[in-house]
Write a protein that binds this ligand. Structure first.
Ligand code: G3P
Ligand code: MG
Length: 252
């Protein structure tokens, strides 16, 4: 695939989450500065339809706000502090708009936008939601993988005339047969499984069907090595530098 980062690919999970407040501009900047070639982030929609970069549906864990992201307008959400919960050094860090993260992607960098299932379930107008997502990501000129646990959403996405690369996310309890059939029907680019319990035979099957395989979320070096030995193309990690210095790994 032209321009797609070579394997093994470490996808910086929620930015450089291990050392920075997740899903914030400092975390994304740090990941790019550490040599990441792809960064993952999670999106939710504000009440007034802005795309906010935030993992949880609720605000409590990663900000000083209360309630759900979708219950508040962007103006309110932008007043919140999304850094202090991690460290006082990040006081005043805001919940980013997706367009801010897109603007910070360096040349050749790729984004993986994970659309949270609750955001889709609550959506009143799916086509407007898809249109705004694709418009905001247009400056990336195709350097984007959109993924979701909400497979109905991925189906809609795949029908777009200029559909992005699609990553099919799955939990460890979903059956590989059904996932493979679904990913094939969608012409998905990649499978993003839970790394726990992942087996070599399944990885091989998925790869034989033409899918890239990127398990989440791997922070242990021995587990990373074991997964790479199974044939995965890379993995999501909170540690953007987990493979740095390893033989044969080029982060640039
Ligand atoms: O996209 C991979 C991974 O981020 C999926 O799980 O909960 O960390 O968003 P979660
Ligand atoms: Mg995610």
């Amino acid at each position: 695939m032209k321009d797609f980062p070579a394997s093994p690919l470490v996808i910086a999970h929620r930015g450089y989450r291990m050392r920075f407040p997740e899903n914030t501009l400092p975390a994304f900047d740090a990941a790019w500065n550490a040599g990441a070639r792809m960064v993952e982030l999670d999106v939710q929609w504000s009440r007034d339809g802005r795309i906010m970069v935030h993992h949880d549906t609720s605000l409590e864990r990663c900000s000083n706000g209360k309630g759900m992201v979708r219950e508040h307008n962007a103006y309110f959400l932008r007043q919140l502090d999304a850094g202090s919960w991690f460290s006082r050094a990040f006081a005043g860090t805001v919940i980013p708009f997706l367009e801010e993260v897109v603007a910070g992607v360096p040349e050749g960098g790729w984004l993986n936008v994970e659309v949270k299932p609750e955001a889709v379930s609550e959506a009143k107008n799916m086509s407007r939601m898809l249109a705004s997502l694709m418009a905001i990501c247009a400056p990336l000129k195709g350097r984007i993988v959109v993924s979701s646990f909400h497979h109905g959403f991925l189906k809609q996405l795949a029908r777009l005339p200029h559909a992005p690369f699609i990553g099919v996310l799955s939990s460890r309890w979903q059956k590989e047969e059904a996932l493979l059939a679904f990913a094939t029907e969608l012409k998905a680019f990649a499978w993003h499984p839970d790394h726990r319990g992942l087996e070599k035979t399944v990885v091989r099957r998925m790869k034989e069907a033409g899918l890239r395989v990127y398990p989440y979320t791997v922070n242990d070096q021995d587990r990373a090595a074991a997964l790479l030995a199974m044939g995965v193309d890379g993995f999501f990690s909170d540690d953007a530098e987990i493979l740095k210095g390893r033989d044969g790994y080029d982060s640039t």
